[in-house]
Design a protein around this ligand. Structure first.
Ligand SMILES: [Zn+2]
Length: 235
C-alpha cells in the first residue's frame, strides 16, 4: 500500500468502539469493523491482566496487578473491509505489575507502558513456488548494512506483524503480546541501596548455617586435626 492510500485510511475519524458495545478484550469480527476504523479506550481489569500474564515467563515469579490497566487502540482497515485488507492496530497501554525483586525478593511495582503498532494480514493465499537459491534460502539482501535498514525502517515496532483468521481480529492477543514484551526480564528495586542491604541480609541468613559449622568443627574431623597437630615440625 502506498503512503497516500495509508494516509487516506488514517485520515478518517474512527468510530468510538464503546458506542458499538465492542471491547478490546474480545476478538473483533471483521464484519463489525467500519470502514473508518474503530477507536478503543478501555480499562484492562486486574482479573484479565492476571489471566493473560499472571506468571513471568522469564523468572517464573507470580505477577499481581494491584490496579486496572488502560489501553487505547485504534483499529484501521487499510483497504475496503470486504476485501479482507491488512488491519493496522496502534495505540498504547499502561499497567502496573507487582512481582518480587530478583535480588532481594521485596515487592516491586513494574510500570508496563508501551506503544503498540502492528499490522495484521489476512491468511496468505498460497504463493507459487519460488525458485530457491543454492542454499535454499529466500532472497535476502544479506550484504545490506544495518544502517541502510535503519534508514528505511525508522520504527522497528512497525515491523511487528501478524495475521488474522476466520475474519476475526485477535485484539486481546495483540495486547497480550505487547504486555509480554513490555515486561522487564529482571525486575529489581528502584532504591538500589535498600535493595543491596536486603540482598546482603538474605545472603547472611543463607550463609549462617555454614558459618556456624565453621565455628564448631565437626567432631568427626577431630582425629584428623589431632594428627595434623601432632605432625613433627620441620626445622
Ligand atoms: Zn531488591
Amino acid at each position: 500500500m502506498g503512503t497516500a492510500a495509508l494516509n487516506a485510511a488514517l485520515a478518517m475519524e474512527p468510530t468510538d468502539a464503546a458506542t458499538r458495545q465492542l471491547s478490546l478484550l474480545e476478538p473483533l469480527e471483521l464484519r463489525h469493523l467500519p470502514q473508518e476504523g474503530l477507536s478503543f479506550d478501555e480499562a484492562l481489569p486486574e482479573r484479565w491482566l492476571q489471566k493473560v500474564l499472571g506468571t513471568s515467563m522469564d523468572t517464573g515469579e507470580a505477577l499481581e496487578y494491584p490496579a486496572p490497566g488502560r489501553a487505547r487502540l485504534t483499529v484501521t482497515p487499510l483497504g475496503p473491509v470486504e476485501n479482507h485488507p491488512p488491519i493496522l492496530v496502534r495505540g498504547d497501554f499502561q499497567a502496573v505489575a507487582r512481582t518480587p525483586c530478583v535480588r532481594c525478593l521485596a515487592e516491586v511495582d513494574l510500570t508496563l507502558a508501551e506503544s503498540v503498532e502492528t499490522t495484521l494480514f489476512p491468511p496468505a493465499s498460497p504463493e507459487p513456488e519460488q525458485p530457491q537459491g543454492p542454499k535454499g534460502a529466500k532472497h535476502r539482501p544479506e550484504d545490506q548494512k544495518l544502517e541502510d535498514w535503519d534508514e528505511e525502517l525508522p520504527d522497528l515496532e512497525a515491523l511487528a506483524e501478524g495475521t488474522y483468521t476466520h475474519d476475526r481480529i485477535d485484539l486481546p492477543g495483540v495486547l497480550e503480546e505487547a504486555l509480554l514484551l513490555a515486561l522487564d526480564m529482571n525486575p529489581t528495586c528502584a532504591d538500589e541501596a535498600g535493595c543491596d542491604g536486603r540482598t546482603q541480609a538474605l545472603l547472611d541468613e543463607a550463609n549462617r548455617p555454614l558459618r556456624e559449622a565453621e565455628a564448631q568443627p565437626d567432631p568427626r574431623w577431630a582425629a584428623l586435626h589431632q594428627l595434623m597437630g601432632s605432625e613433627p615440625k620441620e626445622d
